[in-house]
Design a protein around this ligand. Structure first.
Ligand SMILES: CC(C)(COP(=O)(O)OP(=O)(O)OC[C@H]1O[C@@H](n2cnc3c(N)ncnc32)[C@H](O)[C@@H]1OP(=O)(O)O)[C@@H](O)C(=O)NCCC(=O)NCCS
Length: 150
C-alpha cells in the first residue's frame, strides 16, 4: 500500500470467509487473550442497529484495519463509543487508523451523538497519539471493570 490514496473505509454489511479471515488476523494484534470472532459473532455485530463494523481496505481490496462503532440512546442522550481499533502491522503509520477514526466520527455525528468516547491503555503509544491528534481530549473519570467470577 503506497500512501492512503487507494484506501477505502466501508461499513461491513455482510459476513463472508474473507471478513472472518481478516478479523482472525487483526484481533490477535489487538488482544492476546480475546479469541477472534467467528462468522456468527461478526454477523451479530453487522446485524445490530447499535454497532457498525468499519473495515479499511487497500487498493487491492485487502483488509488492512478495522474499528467498531457503538451508538446507543440513554436517558441523557445518544452515546457513541469507538472500540477495537486495529491496523495490520504491515500497514501502520500510513493513516489507516486516522481514516477509520474519521469515518467513525462522521457516522457518530450523523447518528446524533454529540460526543464520542473511547479508552486506550497508556502503553498503547501510537493509539494515544492518534486519538489526541484527531481531537480527542483525555477526561478525568474513574474507569471501572467488573470481571465475572464465572
Ligand atoms: C493504533 C493503530 C490503530 C494506529 O494505526 P495506524 O494506521 O498506524 O495510524 P496512523 O498511521 O494514522 O498513525 C500512527 C502513528 O504511528 C506512526 N508510525 C509511523 N510509522 C509507523 C509504523 N511502522 N508502525 C506504527 N506506527 C507508525 C505514525 O506516524 C503516527 O504517528 P503520529 O501520531 O505521531 O503522527 C495501530 O498502531 C494499531 O493497530 N496498534 C495495535 C492495536 C492498538 O493499540 N489499537 C488501539 C486500541 S485503543
Amino acid at each position: 500500500m503506497a500512501g492512503t490514496g487507494d484506501l477505502t473505509v466501508e461499513e461491513a454489511s455482510r459476513v463472508d470467509d474473507g471478513l472472518v479471515a481478516a478479523l482472525a488476523a487483526l484481533v490477535p494484534q489487538l488482544s492476546r487473550s480475546a479469541p477472534a470472532p467467528g462468522a456468527a459473532e461478526l454477523d451479530a455485530i453487522v446485524q445490530s442497529p447499535a454497532t457498525t463494523l468499519l473495515v479499511a481496505r487497500d487498493g487491492e481490496g485487502r483488509v488492512v484495519g478495522s474499528l467498531t462503532l457503538a451508538v446507543f440512546r440513554i436517558p441523557t442522550g445518544v452515546r457513541a463509543w469507538i472500540e477495537d481499533v486495529v491496523v495490520d502491522g504491515a500497514a501502520r503509520g500510513r493513516g489507516v487508523g486516522a481514516a477509520l477514526v474519521t469515518a467513525a466520527l462522521e457516522r457518530a455525528e450523523a447518528a446524533g451523538a454529540r460526543t464520542v468516547d473511547l479508552t486506550s491503555r497508556p502503553d498503547r503509544e501510537a493509539a494515544n497519539r492518534l486519538y489526541v491528534r484527531m481531537g480527542f481530549a483525555a477526561r478525568s473519570t474513574n474507569v471501572y471493570r467488573y470481571t465475572s467470577p464465572g
